[in-house]
Each structure stands twice: as structure tokens, then as C-alpha cells.
Design a protein around this ligand. Structure first.
Ligand SMILES: [Zn+2]
Length: 288
């Protein structure tokens, strides 16, 4: 019971702060509160810490050079202020894994969860940093240059950022796992030192395992997202400015369908890529 109260208090603090900083809408704030409470109440610091890390870094990066992004964001379905749907799109699968773990404890849930979160982090970091790339992105399918902000476009900066985000989640999984096992700051510091010195303790090997699980699954998830974005995702063409966009209204006018499957919107693409990342992380976790 105490865990649920601590979780609710921490979640309240974070979601209200994010609302005030304009990172969340009102519905986004409510969703983040529920999610954070469950992550700590049904889970522990491992689950809550990873969620918080994803959330804080994504919110920070979405503020990067806001003006230019705001222009780009008009062609995305997302905007800087995340609503409940977007909060659940990124953290909902992780919440299900957390609840699954509480009901039927098994390490497979943790791998699945790290895959979901590494995928969400890689995709968000890649989108935010890729939006700052000076060179236009290339289509992940045809390798042709695309206008900035197009679904399915990848840039070197965005890809590197995505990989970095995925690796960070893997490293954080290791830290929060040891922490959850009762390691104090001193122990953690010693374990990090062990990793730097390449010693062959069980903890160091575990570090590399989590790095592989998070890094590979997250990067693969972001790649699947781009691949689906370039192929099956429903896209529209703006009748005013002629841009290819994800949204039904652009330049204050309804857009025309261009390609893709009717129900394959940005949220569905997101969900499928996270499921892919989760499956890959699960497989790696069991194999390695
Ligand atoms: Zn337009």
C-alpha cells in the first residue's frame, strides 16, 4: 500500500510540473499521473525510474530550438504538448508489462518492458534531434531525399540520437535493476568502475547484456517505425502547400489521401514498432 501512495505522490509532482512546463496537456497530465502511480505501485524503482528517464529526456528534447520545430510539427500528427493518447502510446504497453509482472512475476516482462521503452525513447530522440538536422532526411526505403519532417525519413543525426537513447535505456535498466536489488550509491559507483575497468564480474556482464538488449531493440523499433512510416502509413497531401502530411487538415484546409492503409495512422505505426522492439528485447534477453 505504501508503494501506491509514494507512487501517486511522485507521479503527481512530475505530471503537474510537466503540465506547468507545457510538456503535457490536461488529459496528458491525468494520464501521466495514472501511469506513474501504477509504475511505482505495481512495479518498483526499476519501472518508475525508466519511465521517468524517458519522460524527462523526451520533454527536454522537444524544447530544442522550438521555433523551427513548431513549423515542422504542423505536418506531424504530434505536437510539443502531449495529450493522454500520446502518453499512453509511449508508456501504455510498458504499463501492461508492469501489471503483468505484478500478477505473474517473470523476468521476461522486464525485457519486454525495456524493449517498449527503448523503442519509445529511440523514436522520440530520433524525431527531436533529426528535426535539427541541416541536411534533409532520406527515405528509409528508397534513400531519396525527402522534405524535413516527412514520415519515413531518416537522417544521420536522428539515427545517432535514436541509438544513443536506446543505449541509455539499456544502461539505466542496469542501474535501476541493481538499485532495486538493494544496491546503495557506493555499490553502484563500484559497479560502474568495474564496467569502466572491463572486469569480468557478473554485474559487468549484466551491464553489457542490458546495453545490448536496450540498444538493439530500441534502434530496431525506431527503424521499424520509419519503415512503416515510409510504406504502409496513411499519408495525405495538402491541397494548399502541396506537402505530404500525416494529418487530415493542413494550412486550415482538408487534405487529400495520398497513400497507405486507411487505419494505419501514426499511433498504429507507433504501437507496431514498440511491439516489435519489445519482441526483439524479449528474444535477446532470453538468448544472451
Ligand atoms: Zn499545407
Amino acid at each position: 500500500m505504501a508503494d501506491w501512495i509514494i507512487g501517486a505522490l511522485c507521479a503527481l509532482l512530475v505530471s503537474v510540473a510537466a503540465y506547468r512546463k507545457q510538456s503535457l496537456s490536461k488529459s496528458g497530465m491525468a494520464a501521466a499521473f495514472v501511469m506513474g502511480t501504477v509504475y511505482y505501485g505495481a512495479g518498483d524503482i526499476f519501472w518508475f525510474g525508466i519511465l521517468l528517464l524517458f519522460f524527462v529526456t523526451s520533454s527536454l528534447f522537444s524544447k530544442l530550438r522550438g521555433d523551427r520545430k513548431r513549423e515542422l510539427e504542423k505536418s506531424y500528427a504530434k505536437s510539443g504538448r502531449r495529450d493522454a493518447v500520446q502518453v499512453f502510446a509511449n508508456g501504455g504497453l510498458g504499463m501492461l508489462a508492469c501489471i503483468g509482472h505484478a500478477i505473474w512475476p517473470h523476468e521476461a516482462w522486464s525485457y519486454l518492458f525495456i524493449g517498449f521503452m527503448a523503442g519509445a525513447t529511440a523514436d522520440t530522440w530520433a524525431t527531436e534531434w533529426g528535426g535539427l538536422s541541416k541536411r534533409p532526411p532520406r527515405s528509409v526505403l528508397t534513400w531519396k531525399r525527402l522534405p524535413a519532417g516527412t514520415s519515413g525519413g531518416v537522417s544521420r543525426l536522428g539515427s545517432l540520437a535514436g541509438l544513443a537513447g536506446a543505449v541509455m535505456i539499456g544502461g539505466a535498466a542496469w542501474v535501476f535493476y541493481l538499485w532495486g536489488q538493494g544496491a546503495g550509491l557506493n555499490d553502484l559507483f563500484e559497479q560502474v568502475l568495474g564496467v569502466v575497468q572491463f572486469n569480468r564480474s557478473n554485474e559487468t556482464l549484466l551491464f553489457w547484456k542490458w546495453i545490448m538488449v536496450g540498444g538493439i531493440s530500441g534502434f530496431a523499433g525506431a527503424f521499424i517505425d520509419s519503415l512503416l512510416g515510409a510504406s504502409l502509413q496513411k499519408m495525405y497531401r495538402c491541397t494548399v502547400c502541396g506537402k505530404s502530411v500525416e494529418v487530415a487538415v493542413h494550412c486550415d484546409q482538408p487534405t487529400k489521401p495520398e497513400r497507405g492503409i486507411r487505419w494505419m495512422n501514426n499511433d498504429v505505426v507507433n504501437l507496431l514498432s514498440l511491439l516489435g522492439a519489445g519482441a526483439i528485447a524479449w528474444g535477446l534477453g532470453v538468448l544472451l
